[in-house]
Design a protein around this ligand. Structure first.
Ligand code: 23J
Ligand code: MN
Length: 262
């Protein structure tokens, strides 16, 4: 098959349902939970939407809205420049990431049973190696997605799950991020929770290892994913273009997964 035939076969399979398109994004609405940082750290704005016109005197034949939000709101993409470790890297902002890096395969590690037992569950390298014993080595350039079932928490307070000891949300350990970045050369790391790091990661060394290590190596993050239960452990392909915000650190986006039907 030549490349043109390959592209035609892909489009035909998508139209025919042999390749299913799964939407891994949450709806974006004013109640969409946003990460809460303790003062004096500056807060990010929630999603806002206000009608400009709706087939009325403000616009007789059209409907449109003004929207605003922080870059890291809802289902969103973290660019390398988001973290200080990625500051100064080339192609590290939303507008300069090479587009061919925004289509990549995904490995899905199901941690939902462990998270059911503990909201503070941390993914460790041994668990990844157990996944690899079953499914094969994580290919370089892959997304690794941590399935937790966390997206089932529709109540924003339960989703953020904060107490006086801080947020209690599952995520990766420091060793996990070192392993994925240094030993597996992943494209990025995605989670169902509000951010790519665990709730208690402010106290890790280094703090926020997903952000610190991923972005320092020019790799990407995805947060607030859903429908990960619709993906196979291996073989799905993600399409993840953030908005082309000039000098942006990230953006809300639609995350689409291509999944081959059996
Ligand atoms: C800023 C500071 C800390 C964190 C985050 C943002 C995120 O999780 C994010 O959305 O990138 S942990
Ligand atoms: Mn983010």
């Amino acid at each position: 098959m030549n490349n043109q035939e390959l592209l035609g076969a892909l489009v035909a399979a998508i139209a025919g349902g042999g390749i299913r398109v799964v939407d891994l994004s949450q709806p974006l609405r004013p109640s969409t939970p946003v990460i809460q940082l303790p003062p004096p750290l500056a807060p990010s704005q929630p999603f806002r939407i206000e009608e400009v016109a709706r087939y009325d005197e403000r616009g007789p034949a059209w409907y449109w809205n003004n929207i605003s939000c922080g870059e890291h709101t809802g289902t969103h993409f973290d660019a390398p420049a988001h973290w200080i470790t990625g500051r100064g890297l080339p192609n590290a902002h939303t507008d300069t990431i090479p587009p061919q890096l925004l289509i990549a395969p995904a490995c899905v590690i199901d941690c939902a049973p462990e998270v059911e037992a503990s909201a503070d569950f941390l993914l460790e390298p041994a668990r990844i190696e157990a996944w690899e014993a079953e499914h094969g080595r994580i290919p370089a350039g892959s997304w690794v997605l941590m399935r937790t079932g966390w997206s089932c928490r529709e109540d924003p307070a339960a989703f953020l799950n904060a107490s006086e000891t801080g947020p209690h949300v599952p995520g990766p350990s420091v060793a996990c991020m070192r392993f994925l970045v240094e030993e597996r050369d992943i494209r990025g790391w995605g989670v169902e929770a509000v951010g790519t790091d665990a709730g208690q990661a402010f106290a890790f060394e280094p703090p926020f290892p997903a952000h610190n290590l991923l972005h320092g190596a020019g790799k990407f993050g995805l947060a607030s994913l859903c429908q990960l239960d619709q993906l196979p452990p291996k073989g799905a392909v993600l399409i993840t273009p953030p908005l082309k915000i000039e000098n942006g650190s990230g953006s809300p986006l639609r995350v689409l997964a291509l999944v081959a039907q059996a």
